[in-house]
Ligand binder design. Structure first.
Ligand code: LLP
Length: 431
């Protein structure tokens, strides 16, 4: 399985956007995150175009930067006219330093610190998405002390759990994120906010899960959320002007995944949105979403160099690479499946069934188990596909292993956008 922008060259090497991955590994070293810039920009354009054709002019898609956060990604998002969602002072700081316009930043989180709230107010982020009643009160106090009026949204639990196959519409109260609908908590929050002088309620937000392949849960969430807007409108004579549906569209990791195209996911959502607004007889709110994985996931490929190949007769063969759970913790954490390829020789040699192991001192430090690989030899380049989302952003220095560089590729050209860490970097904060 090859994802978009990948192909096998005549020399048998894996190419990304016309760049030979074996050459990239030679030039920049490994492990290396390679990001297909054209694909990232193309995905943004598809979201933007769909929005332009289907929603009001105040509507825009936001990139969920927890998927991959670094200066260059915010610069790209700015150029592509996206908003961004941030979830910590660190992401906010990075976005602002990239020159990203504060008014197009939505600030999330279930436990923002007072320092983070002050920072968000100081720099004028577009929306602070409030998670709970305590936060609402604290935010109003801080805003009043800072003489500010803050535009807020509410994170709502719409009662749709898209992670079960047969997803359910109620009873998702047990989540650390947001206000529940069924026990009246969300309504209570609206009442409180309307009584506060330093916050203005603009938005209701929900996020029903991640790596979702169906459109139905999204459409159901739209109905629930618009129903809430209508209820608030009739009860409090107050119109909430924005609906934010969060992220969640899936990416292709292996042949078992069949994610929808961006437009095929959005079309039924837009249809439900328009129909429900007219059925409920409410003016259409502006519409927002926050895709992360579906923008950067398939754009990323991690390159490693194969080191030791350990064949344990009758058990399995471990192929060890020069990275592992420190740059991709998703197999260790979620048993997440990936596609791996021998990027140095993609044709005509013997397949071997192997387990890909990392170099950390941890038996669970694996990237994939029981996969067929064209005869792996020490020095070959191994590619793991679809690593653009939640890999670099979840990387660590466990075992004092250095975080890899990120290289962007576009039309046969490559450039470093995040440098490889150095040993000296490891001592930066040590006293
Ligand atoms: N908006 C909110 C409020 C979110 O919590 C998330 C993801 C997104 C947007 C973006 O969702 P996406 O489009 O990327 O599915 N570490 C996990 C993923 C956690 C996602 C958490 N929230 C993983 O590696 O699979």
């Amino acid at each position: 399985m090859l994802t978009k922008g990948l192909n096998i060259g005549e020399n048998g090497h894996l190419f990304i956007e016309n760049c030979d991955t074996v050459e990239l590994a030679k030039e920049y070293g490994t492990p290396l995150y390679v990001m297909n810039e054209s694909l990232i920009r193309d995905n943004c354009k598809r979201y933007k175009n769909f929005f332009a054709d289907n929603f009001s002019s105040l509507s825009f898609p936001c990139y969920a930067s927890k998927a991959l956060s670094c200066l260059e990604i915010y610069r790209i998002m700015k150029e592509e006219g996206m908003g961004v969602d941030v979830v910590s002072g660190g992401e906010l700081y990075t976005a602002l330093n990239a020159g990203f316009p504060a008014e197009k930043i939505f600030f999330h989180g279930n436990n923002k610190t007072e320092q983070e709230l002050r920072m968000a107010i100081k720099y004028g982020v577009g929306r602070i998405i409030v998670d709970n009643l305590t936060e609402l009160e604290v935010l109003n106090d801080i805003a009043s002390e800072m003489n500010a009026n803050v535009n807020i949204g509410f994170r709502i639990k719409p009662g749709i759990d898209a992670h079960t196959h047969d997803y359910i519409r109620t009873g998702q109260i047990d989540s650390k994120f947001g206000f529940a609908l069924e026990n009246g908590e969300a309504k209570e929050a609206v009442k409180k906010a309307l009584g506060y002088s330093n916050v203005s309620l603009c938005q209701v937000h929900c996020h029903i899960g991640s790596q979702i392949f169906d459109t139905e849960p999204f459409s159901d969430a739209v109905k629930v959320m618009l129903g809430f807007i209508a209820e608030i409108n009739s009860e409090f004579d107050f119109l909430i002007k924005e609906l934010n549906l969060g992220g969640g569209l899936g990416a292709k990791y292996t042949d078992a995944d069949s994610p929808l195209e961006i437009e095929d996911y959005l079309a039924p959502v837009a249809k439900t949105f328009h129909e429900t607004c007219s059925k409920l007889n409410i003016p259409e709110p502006s519409f927002h979403i926050e895709p992360g994985r579906s923008i950067v996931g398939e754009s990323g490929t991690t390159l490693y160099t194969i080191g030791n190949v350990k064949e344990i007769k009758g058990v399995r063969t471990y192929v060890s690479v020069d990275g592992g759970m420190c740059d991709n913790i998703r197999y260790a954490l979620y048993k997440a499946e990936y596609t791996v390829l021998n990027a140095s020789k993609s044709q005509g040699e013997v397949l071997k069934n192997v387990t890909i192991a990392g170099k950390c001192c941890e038996s669970g430090d694996l990237l994939k188990e029981g996969t067929d690989l064209i005869e792996p030899k020490r020095g070959d380049v191994l590619a793991v596909l679809t690593t653009g989302a939640y890999n670099y952003s979840m990387a660590s220095n466990y075992n004092r292993i250095l975080r890899p560089a990120i290289v962007m590729v576009k039309n046969g050209r490559s450039r470093v956008v995040v440098q490889r860490e150095s040993y000296a970097d490891l001592l930066n904060n040590d006293i």
